[in-house]
Ligand binder design. Structure first.
Ligand code: TXA
Ligand code: MG
Length: 343
């Protein structure tokens, strides 16, 4: 095991001079085959040299990640992305033009430079050009792409701050770069364009409609979602994932009485229950701990994991989430809530 007595150092990288120092430290460790936690605009990543199988093996060890779950490769330019794939298609170019750098992972057949441990033995690789300036600088200075899953213990909630990373992995890694709270807050959309028709394997803040619009023309959608069992293309896109320690339940309620009835049915104790309301904060809930979540899907996504981390820290046993609207821009949030609720 990689556990050590020494706790990870957290290096702040917000001001330009801090960024320079932090980037240099991260690059030195990455060049030496170590893993480093880095900020991205989606969630924090646990990065290693994607060309170095021994370094990538450390990611699996630190996270306790099953070896059949492929890791996304992060690049700092389209030319770097081209080296990682067998063929850079016109679809890939259109998607990159529209959404890179940003929270989109494109799955394409891999090239020989990507070791099989990165793709879990598969023939395709997920590539992402992240928008966060700190990870961009680190990749540029390394000169090689970074394999990086979310920097959490496997199947737990992804970290959106350096403190979240420290709490889960602080005794297993040497360095965490603190680039502030993640602006997107949930993981990238994973879009498989190696299959025909292309399909979304993991919904994200860039939703299916936008992806197909960017591809243009009449493209038949597969209609397959990763939540339907038996059609999983991505072993990591499992039903239970992104889970808090508390039991999470989504509830639709119109009135406080509705809510109360649900709480009673579930057997929730007010002391150990957190309610994440969406539409309005129910009055008359004196003894219940309640949070009003943001109205807009993007802001809700940014707040969601931080809220779940907080519930866990407070020792909540129940998290009762008021079901958000069933609209396309909320799809990724419904996906994460479904998986957080899965037992
Ligand atoms: O926003 C993100 O994507 C974050 C940041 C750090 O970039 N990364 C992330 O990585 O969420 P991870 O490993 O926690 O989730 C990546 C997902 C996994 O479910 C994995 O199965 C899937 O993407 N994936 C990776 N490579 C794939 C491939 N070649 N084919 C299909 N799915 C793939
Ligand atoms: Mg993850």
């Amino acid at each position: 095991m990689v556990a050590s007595k020494e706790k990870a150092r957290i290096l702040r990288a917000i001001e330009p001079e801090e960024i320079e120092i932090a980037v240099e430290e991260a690059v030195n460790l990455l060049k030496a085959g170590e893993v480093v936690a880095l900020p991205t605009e989606t969630v924090y990543g646990l990065a290693a040299n994607a060309f170095n199988p021994d370094a990538v093996a450390k990611i699996f060890e630190v996270k306790g990640r099953p070896s059949n779950n492929p890791i996304i490769v992060h690049v700092s330019s389209i030319s770097m992305a081209k080296k990682c794939v067998n063929q850079w298609t016109t679809e890939a170019q259109k998607l990159a033009n529209n959404f890179w750098p940003g929270p989109l992972t494109i799955v394409l057949p891999k090239s020989d430079v990507i070791p099989s441990i990165v793709t879990a033995g598969g023939e395709t690789v997920g590539i992402r050009f992240p928008a966060h300036p700190v990870i961009q600088k680190v990749i540029e200075k390394c000169g090689f792409p970074l394999a990086a899953p979310s920097a959490n213990i496997s199947s737990r909630i992804s970290p959106t701050t350096a403190e979240h990373v420290f709490k889960q992995l602080g005794n297993k890694i040497k360095l965490i770069i603190d680039g502030g709270a993640c602006a997107v807050g949930i993981e990238s959309t994973v879009f498989d364009i190696a299959s025909h028709p292309p399909r979304v394997l993991r919904p994200g803040i860039i939703h299916e409609e936008s992806l197909f619009a960017a591809l243009g023309g009449k493209i038949e959608k597969s209609g397959i979602t990763n939540t339907q069992s038996g059609v999983l293309r991505s072993p990591g896109l499992l039903k239970k994932h992104y889970a808090p320690l508390a039991k999470l339940v989504c509830v639709e309620w119109q009135t406080v009485d509705d809510l109360m009835e649900n709480l009673k049915k579930l057997g929730c104790d007010p002391k150990y229950t957190r309610i994440l309301a969406y539409s309005n904060l129910p009055q008359d809930l004196k003894s219940w701990k309640t949070t009003l979540m943001p109205k807009k899907a993007t802001a809700y996504a940014r707040a969601l994991y931080a809220e779940l981390h907080r519930c866990d820290e407070e020792g909540a046993q129940w998290i009762i989430v008021q079901t958000p609207p069933h609209l396309p821009q909320w799809e990724a949030i419904h996906d994460r809530l479904r998986r957080a609720a899965a037992t």
